[in-house]
Design a protein around this ligand. Structure first.
Ligand SMILES: *Cc1c(COP(=O)(O)O)cnc(C)c1O
Length: 393
């Protein structure tokens, strides 16, 4: 193990920024009051939560009262989907989603199928995109919810959210988007895109883990998710994670202020990496759309290679990257996203995801390009399939 440590896995999580930590710290110690208490340190906590709510609302062009804090992006997805499903049962039982959603959406939909709901999983094209027309064609009289992720966590594909939003609005169907990967990378205003519910998670934009939010447009019928106290206007009980909420507010404020420069920086690193890997490594395939793509996302399949071996060799060189998504690592099933874009199992197994962030530099890419072709070459030398092919050539 070398001392070098280069982090290329920002889609899985990001470090807390120093300014964010600094904003959070007092709420662990002397500002520890319960926000439901009426004495001054309680009121101070309440005020801190409301300031964070204002910041999250401002970032996405919502009203503060449309923002509900949750325990994670996964919780926000669960709440949005189950909440709409159970509150609108009398209108219908049909939900439209895509085959490449995060498991927080897919498994929630599968759960609802076991409870009498009907779910359409729209297939994606070879780049991981759906069209608004596909959504329109899937709508039935019983459709109560459309849930389509803003940007995919594995292959970075950005869906036509504004177009889907306008169809949903026209048909009077609620529209939820899991924007966990997009917030902080793409400027999103919920009203411009007719979004009714939107999930976000602080640890994907340099805030703390274990705190998320759900935007719920005023007037949307949504059942409470956690029953108990009157927190979050009675819709999500639990003593608030005040430090986490304050951190989320600070993180989204910083992200919004810097979104253009950050986007440009990431696009630059991404495009250079895609070009160089394409030039320097044979038998590869870029996964996801070349253009409708998150600014910091690179995802390649390398033929004749196991993604896990590639990750281990990169780790020995001090590079942290990912193959498939963090949620499926440790399982031998290839990623549902890579299978959905039509990759055969053996190629889906040999994938590498690099997701750039704040700290990454061109020197990091130089180093990656120094070690990656060598590692790929070495792993292929050990592959009987590759050997057979090389002998034929
Ligand atoms: C990370 C992620 C989630 C889950 O968020 P957590 O806060 O980790 O629960 C959901 N959807 C997408 C697209 C993600 O990338």
């Amino acid at each position: 193990m070398e001392d070098k440590f280069i982090y290329f896995d920002h889609a899985s999580t990001t470090p807390v920024k120093p300014e964010v930590l600094e904003a959070m710290l007092p709420y662990f110690t002397h500002k520890f009051g319960n926000a439901s208490s009426i004495y001054s340190i309680g009121r101070e906590s309440k005020k801190a939560i409301e300031e964070a709510r204002d910041k999250v609302a401002a970032a996405i062009g919502a009203q503060p009262r449309e923002i509900f804090f949750t325990g994670s992006g996964s919780e926000s997805d669960n709440w949005a989907i189950k909440g709409v499903a159970y509150s609108n049962k009398s209108k219908g039982n049909h939900i439209i989603t895509t085959a490449i959603e995060h498991h927080a959406v897919l498994h929630t939909c599968q759960y609802l199928e076991s409870d009498g709901f009907e779910v359409t999983y729209l297939p994606v094209d070879e780049n991981g995109l759906i069209t608004a027309e596909q959504v329109r064609a899937a709508i039935k009289p019983t459709t109560i919810l459309i849930t389509v992720m803003f940007a995919n966590n594995e292959i970075g594909t950005i869906q036509p959210i504004a177009e889907i939003g306008s169809i949903a609005r026209e048909k009077g169907i609620y529209f939820h988007t899991d924007a966990v990967q997009a917030i902080g990378n793409i400027d999103i205003k919920v009203n411009d895109m007719n979004i009714d519910l939107l999930s976000l998670s602080a640890h994907k934009f340099y805030g703390p883990k274990g705190v998320g939010a759900l935007y719920v447009r005023k007037g949307v019928k949504l059942a409470s998710y956690l029953h108990g106290g009157a927190q979050e206007r009675g819709r999500r009980a639990s003593t608030e994670n005040i430090a986490g909420i304050v951190g989320m507010g600070k993180a989204i404020e910083l992200a919004s202020a810097n979104i253009e420069a950050y986007n440009k920086k990431l696009v630059d690193l991404r495009d250079r990496t895609i070009d160089e890997i394409t030039k320097k490594v044979p038998f590869i395939k870029l996964n996801g759309d070349r253009n409708k793509r998150l600014p910091g996302n690179v995802n390649f399949s390398f033929q004749y290679i196991e993604g896990e071996s590639l990750l281990l060799m990169l780790d020995l060189k001090g590079i942290a990257a990912s193959s498939g998504s963090a949620c499926t690592s440790g399982s031998l099933d290839p990623s549902h996203v890579l299978l959905a874009i039509g990759l055969p199992h053996e190629i889906a197994h040999g994938s590498l995801r690099i997701t750039f962030g704040e700290q990454n530099t061109h020197q990091d890419v130089d180093y990656l390009m120094e070690v990656l072709p060598m590692i790929v070459g070495r792993l292929r030398e050990m592959s009987p399939l590759y050997e057979a092919l090389a002998n034929k050539a």
